[in-house]
Design a binder for this molecule. Structure first.
Ligand SMILES: [Mn+2]
Length: 455
């Protein structure tokens, strides 16, 4: 690790820092790790979670000194060089530009920053140099937040970090179902809100899930309270998992995705059962909720260990996020989606937040509001940025037939002066509001071309 020593020296050489971290779960975890490290070294620090480097943000950041960018920065080097005099970067994103400043980046150290180490993992490596191996648990939360366990378990360098966490007694890896909310959602919502993968006919439809559980003879209540997944005994868990597996198979979900339905889950040893911070996936979801609602600093405090007022606030944000999701699904079910020929359109205007539109559009497959035969595109107005956001989902059979949402979104958005991209099965774009009609026509042409010429 060529640059690790330079980061350590940067920290040793100064007494006051501004930590600038990305605003997602990994970024907030990274910010929390660096901030905890600095606290323990008795060094003053403030944390500034950041979504992007617009002029307003730069102005705020310029007020600080001795900046440490974490899970952020490698892609912003020209802006940082132009505006700041003394900074260091800890990151795992692709690098844009060059700098002589301390720059500890996964890719430059021969690690795969996309799959095997996250921004919080890189931050942990710095903390580890100072002997703080207990901070590895938060690094795992960040890695899971960046979905680096998407194959069913953490891989590569993340496994070394996990080994540190287990050795330090702060985390435990178990084999179990990998849906969100094992500890934090009653069973019915645990399944009906699952969006990765989407279970057509179950996702987004609580009544259908109740029926599904009833047929399996799995009780919805446990001693008068709603039952959680973690309340089930081993045989009930096995029954539920195999039923979901069979169900998914019958609905065209590829084997490899069903396979990763079961895998490793990561639990924080010292946290209480059935809280939002017991399971790394739930913890990361909570941090994401803070970031999305521009309350990243609350997430940082929770990741630093607060279980008092900040935790309460984070919980409220997560519950608000879930409520918006639920209301959004209800709105979408009530309004339905228009058949545009090559795709379904959920035109939500301002009724559904731009950050939720994609997940909700995808859930329409589950709720059987739309057929599996076409991609679904959700459109919502992004008030903050004054632009339209499009977010799409497809089904696996469609991907097999040649649909690649990321490519279609990219082409359609760039044809109207916007930007887009993503994966074959999920992608997004934004464009000027007055170009909506043009964008949708272009998108329709892209899908037709993809189906005519499958790659
Ligand atoms: Mn990251």
């Amino acid at each position: 690790m060529k640059q690790l020593k330079r980061i350590v020296d940067f920290i040793d050489d100064h007494d006051e820092f501004m930590v600038v971290c990305h605003y997602d779960a990994d970024g907030l975890s990274a910010g929390a790790i660096v901030s905890t490290l600095l606290d323990r070294l008795g060094k003053k620090n403030t944390v500034v979670p950041t979504k992007q480097m617009d002029s307003e943000r730069i102005k705020l950041i310029k007020e600080g000194k001795n900046h440490i960018f974490t899970d952020f920065g490698s892609g912003q080097i020209p802006v940082l060089e132009e505006n700041l005099t003394n900074f260091a970067i800890i990151d795992h994103h692709a690098t844009l530009g060059e700098t002589e400043k301390p720059h500890f980046n996964a890719h430059l150290e021969g690690l795969d920053g996309a799959r095997e180490i996250s921004g919080s993992g890189m931050s942990y490596l710095v903390a580890k140099e100072f002997g703080f191996k207990d901070l590895s648990a938060v690094a795992i939360v960040g890695a899971v937040g960046d979905m680096q366990d998407s194959t069913g378990a953490l891989v590569g360098y993340n496994r070394k970090i996990l080994a540190d966490a287990e050795k330090a007694g702060v985390m435990e890896a178990k084999k179990d179902i990998r849906l969100f909310g094992r500890h934090s959602r009653p069973l019915v919502q645990f399944i009906s809100f699952a969006s990765d993968p989407i279970f057509p006919g179950l996702t987004g439809d609580e009544d259908a899930v109740r029926g599904f559980l009833h047929e399996l003879d799995i009780p919805l209540k446990e001693g008068g309270n709603w039952a959680y997944y973690v309340d089930l005994d081993d045989s009930q868990k096995r029954k539920l998992i195999s039923a979901l597996y069979v169900y998914g198979k019958q609905h065209g979900i590829p084997e490899r995705y069903l396979h990763s339905l079961v895998g490793e889950v990561y639990e924080l040893t010292h946290e209480q059962d059935k809280t939002f911070v017991k399971d790394a996936k739930d913890f990361a979801t909570m941090l994401n909720a803070c970031g999305r609602h521009e309350q990243g600093i609350i997430g940082v405090q929770v990741a630093k260990g607060d279980r008092g007022s900040y935790y309460k606030k984070a919980q409220a944000l997560l519950l608000m996020h879930r409520r918006q999701l639920r209301e959004g699904i209800e709105w979408a079910k009530a309004h339905g989606a228009e058949d545009q020929g090559t795709f379904y359109l959920l035109d939500a205007g301002a009724a559904i937040k731009d950050t939720l539109i994609g997940v909700i559009a995808g859930m329409l497959y589950g709720a059987q509001v739309i057929g599996q035969d076409k991609p679904v595109i959700g459109i919502s107005f992004d008030e903050e940025e004054g632009r339209m956001k499009a977010s799409g989902r497809a089904t696996w059979p469609l991907v097999h037939r040649g649909i690649h949402l990321g490519k279609a979104m990219k082409a359609a958005a760039s044809s109207v002066g916007g930007e887009g991209g993503g994966h074959n099965i999920a992608a997004g774009a934004h464009f000027p509001p007055e170009k909506k009609g043009e964008f949708l026509s272009a998108l329709g042409r892209e899908f037709s071309a993809q189906l005519a010429n499958p790659q």
